[in-house]
Structure formats: C-alpha cells, structure tokens
Write a protein that binds this ligand. Structure first.
Ligand code: SF4
Length: 402
C-alpha cells in the first residue's frame, strides 16, 4: 500500500497510510511499484507552499503537498501531483520528485543511474574548507579563476568547484560571463521579472587563458586521471570564448599530457567547438532538454542558433573522435513522450554518442509544462532510460573517463 506523505503549515512531515497520493508523469496517475525505491541517503524533503496533494480517492485534501530533491546519481521518474492554490508562490529552481510512504518508510520515484566517489558530498569540519581554499588561493593570489571557484565551493557547495581544492575528479574552469541562450530555468541568471532568484551568481568577468591553464595544470599534475572542465553552472556559454579556451588548452597540453580536457556547452557554435577540438579538446558534454526543435526553442530561447547547430556540434565532436556525452535535462512527461523518444532515436542512429547523462531539470513543473506543453503519450521515465540504452548509448549522471 502506497501512503501519503504530507506537511503541516510549519513544514513538519507526517505519514498517512490510509490515503494514497497520485503522481504526475505528464499525466496525473497512480505511481507504479517499480517506479519507487526507499529514499536514498541525501534525499531532501521540501514542502510545496500553497499546494494540496491529489489523492486516488478524489477527496480534496487540506494538507500541504510534499516533494523531495534527489541526491546525485539518481534519475527522477515522477513528479508530485497537487492542486495549486490561487495565492501559491512560484516554486524555486529545484528538482521536485514524487515521494510517498510504504511500511512507514519514505519512498521516492527514482532509479539509480550512476555512482562515483568523486560526487559523494564531503562533510567538512568547522573552518576546514575555508582553510583549504585560503591555502590554495595564497599559492596563486592574482588568479581570478581560483577566486570564483572558491566562492562557488563555499556559497553553493558546487562539487566541481570544490574538486579544484580537494584535488580530485573533475575540476571547474569557469570562463564566460555571457550566454547566447535564455533558458527559462537558467541557474546562473534569471531575468528581473522572473519572480525568482537564480540559485547561483554568474561569473562577471572574462578569465584569461593563463589563469585557466594554471588552475588546470595544477590539477592534472596532482590527479593523474583528472578532468578539467570549461563550462560550469556559475557561468554563461563557454563557446563564446572559444579563442581563450583554445589558447588555454594549448598551454595545458604544452606542459602535461595526462588527464582529460573537457568542455560543457550548449553546443550552439559548431565552428567554435572545432577551434577547441583543434587545440586538443578531448571530451565534450552538450546540454539539451529535448531532441524536438519546438520543445528545445521554447525552453532555451536561443539567440542566433537552433537545435540543428547543436546536432551539428554533436556530429563534429563525434567525427573528431572526442568522448561525447549529452547532458539531457530530464522532466517526467517531456523526456519520455513518444514523439521525444522518436526524435532522440533519429539523432542517435546517425552519430556516435558515448553517454547520455540524465540530469533532473530543476524547475517548477507547472512552469515547465506551460513553457513546452504537456505530453500526448508519455511512455514513462523508465521506458525513456531503456530507450537510450536500446540506442546503444550508456546512461549515467557524471562525466567519466572510461
Ligand atoms: S545555456 Fe546555460 S548559461 Fe545559457 S541560459 Fe541556458 S542554462 Fe543559462
């Protein structure tokens, strides 16, 4: 029996096993047992203000709906189903996931899709992180890349920023203050009338090739199979700075040959990507929310490029022999719509993609459906994951080197 988990006004959490919550998979329906797992460590419950849970018995409920945020390494399968009150505020940019109770335990609609120690949250003793940051900054005082990633480590708990200082895994190299898209749920910049703050503050200056390469070389000298990555959550689009990136890559490769130089990008400028590839780029992760042009354009609101350019970048990188990952911003009901799966199949038939990283799209679900539309025939997120694998592509959540 699937029971309701809800909140009171003060945000306290209660279980009611006599009522069964409905879920939203693009269409409001019951959750299936194979879509539910015990809440993994790191699950964060969130009250949905001004929203009442929808229940299978159809009787209106006066309690507050609850959602959870999943830890890294899991893919969300369902959204919570609720009715929004007239005065309910917009929801901030988080990944709202369906939760319920089974046998007095918290369950969530998710599946495990990756694991990596480099992405386990690290707990710091009082002052420990600050001391590590300060020591490293001291060794390269004028480097603004270090100052930016120190801010992201402290304020936002960003893993790739912290990795610069912890000298492990994938390290961030923020490079671009500008972007050529206006994603509805951009985490580094929201428009003044959006009614929501962006969770991070975008880098406000252009870092130089020398600042970037010094941080990258320091990392690769200490982490033999490390990854250094341009294009992070705290910045705009790195391809707008492809000349600086190409110069930085040349400097890195003149000094060390180990590890992987990676670029996280929206893939909007195939010729700028080619410039980075010619300089020695080895891996690219291209973000998109959909393989359908209208769904892509509605969310990304691209300026001066289209989804065709993104596809061209994927082909360019693949033909040049790079390790190619797609960062697929997933949302139940959109990612698994049959027309979406058909569009994905069409692309993947003609190009080698090594991995699709399923990333929960952090946005108010109602806002997203208003932006891109509700699905006609959602197949379920489990079916979407299977469809990726059936196209011969590995599914994961992190950038791997093998
Ligand atoms: S492409 Fe990235 S930086 Fe640019 S608007 Fe979209 S989310 Fe923001």
């Amino acid at each position: 029996m699937i029971g309701l988990v809800y909140c009171d006004k003060a945000g306290r959490i209660y279980y009611d096993e006599s009522r069964e919550p409905l879920a939203d998979g693009g269409i409001v329906r019951e959750a299936h047992p194979d879509e539910l797992i015990p809440a993994p460590a790191g699950t964060v419950p969130m009250v949905l203000p001004g929203r009442r849970p929808l229940l299978t018995d159809g009787v209106p409920d006066r309690r507050y709906a609850l959602a959870v945020m999943l830890p890294a390494g899991y893919t969300r399968l369902l959204l919570p189903a609720y009715v929004r009150g007239k005065d309910a505020p917009a929801l901030p940019l988080f990944g709202y996931t369906f939760a319920c109770t089974i046998d007095d335990e918290l369950y969530v609609a998710a599946m495990r899709t990756d694991e990596s120690e480099d992405w386990q949250p690290r707990v710091f003793d009082e002052g420990e992180l600050e001391a590590i940051l300060e020591r490293r900054i001291e060794s390269d005082r004028l480097n603004r890349v270090l100052r930016q990633v120190a801010l992201c480590s402290r304020e936002y708990g960003c893993f790739t920023a912290q990795n610069v200082f912890l000298e492990r895994g994938e390290a961030a190299l923020p490079v671009s203050p500008k972007c050529n898209a206006r994603c509805v749920g951009c985490i580094s910049e929201q428009e003044p009338d959006a009614g929501l703050p962006s969770p991070q503050t975008r880098i406000s200056f252009e870092t130089s090739p020398e600042e970037l390469s010094r941080v990258a070389m320091h990392h690769l000298e200490r982490v033999p199979d490390g990854i250094v990555s341009f294009g992070q959550g705290c910045e705009g689009e790195p391809l707008l700075r492809s000349v600086a990136i190409a110069k930085a890559i040349e400097q890195i490769r003149a000094s060390c040959s180990n590890g992987t130089v990676n670029l996280n990008t929206n893939g909007s400028m195939p010729s700028a990507l080619k410039r980075c590839i010619d300089a020695g780029l080895q891996a690219v992760r291209i973000s998109l929310n959909s393989f359908r042009p209208q769904v892509y354009a509605a969310y990304y609101r691209p300026a001066g490029y289209s989804l065709d350019d993104v596809f061209e970048s994927i082909r360019t990188a693949s033909q040049a022999g790079l390790r190619v990952s797609l960062n697929l911003l997933t949302h139940p009901g959109v990612t698994d719509d049959e027309s979406e799966l058909a569009a994905m199949h069409d692309l993947l038939q003609g190009v080698r993609v090594d991995m699709i990283q399923t990333r929960t799209l952090n946005i108010d679900p109602e806002w997203y459906f208003e932006t891109v539309g509700r699905p006609i025939r959602p197949a379920g997120m489990r079916a979407a994951i299977e469809a990726i694998r059936a196209n011969g592509v590995r599914v994961g959540n992190f950038t791997h080197t093998h």
